[in-house]
Design a protein around this ligand. Structure first.
Ligand SMILES: C[S@@+](CC[C@H](N)C(=O)[O-])C[C@H]1O[C@@H](n2cnc3c(N)ncnc32)[C@H](O)[C@@H]1O
Length: 188
């Protein structure tokens, strides 16, 4: 929120907003901005609206239903690793951002060795095992684990962002280095 609010955006798109955790936090942090939450899951958007998100749009991140240069900032929390075509989604983000606009990206990131050994055990063994017993949804948690493991390392992600015309401003590990905030700017 701080990284986005500092740029004093007038309009923010919270992409893949789900049930609206980040969208709501943006509404509170930047009350002067027009905040829009977008997701392709109507049931989650209904939850977001019920929780107080003022403006939601049902749509696909790979084909955003907005004209060029519609937003001064985009946030994307735990969504990018789920997109079937990451380069296409990044080009769409670039298209709908105004020149100089910010993208703030939150995503899981593998911790360094030796912690990665514990993290992999937790992700691939412990978490699906517990989830299967508690929720009978072990398969969903195996998907979660593999989507996290297949997400590119920071240097490869920075290359993808650069290819899409997004210049890295800074990146910061968070939450025991399991999550990474990446903030970039549209340069061209
Ligand atoms: C893990 S949730 C994150 C939700 C929210 N950003 C948060 O941090 O609480 C991932 C979200 O991405 C959405 N999603 C995945 N692919 C999408 C796409 N192509 N277009 C729009 N939303 C998508 C899903 O519906 C889901 O709500």
């Amino acid at each position: 929120m701080e990284a986005v609010a500092q740029g004093q955006p007038s309009s923010v798109l919270d992409l893949a907003c789900g049930s609206g955790d980040v969208t709501l936090a943006l509404q509170n942090a930047i009350p002067t901005a027009q905040i829009t939450g977008l997701d392709f899951c109507a049931a989650l958007l209904a939850q977001a609206t019920a929780r107080g998100v003022k403006h939601v749009v049902e749509g696909d991140a790979l084909q955003l239903p907005f004209p060029n240069e519609s937003f001064s900032a985009v946030t994307l929390a735990f969504g990018l690793r789920n997109f079937s075509d990451r380069p296409k989604a990044l080009l769409e983000i670039h298209r709908i951002l105004q020149s100089g606009g910010l993208l703030a990206l939150l995503e899981f990131s593998p911790p360094p060795y030796p912690w990665k050994l514990f993290w992999d055990f937790y992700l691939f063994r412990f978490m699906p095992w517990v989830a299967q017993r508690l929720t009978h949804q072990g398969e969903s948690f195996r998907y979660l684990a593999s989507s996290i493991a297949q997400f590119p390392a920071p240097s490869a992600l920075h290359h993808e962002l650069h290819t899409a015309g997004l210049k890295l401003l800074f990146t910061r590990p968070m939450t025991l280095r399991l999550v990474r905030l990446t903030v970039c700017r549209k340069v061209s």
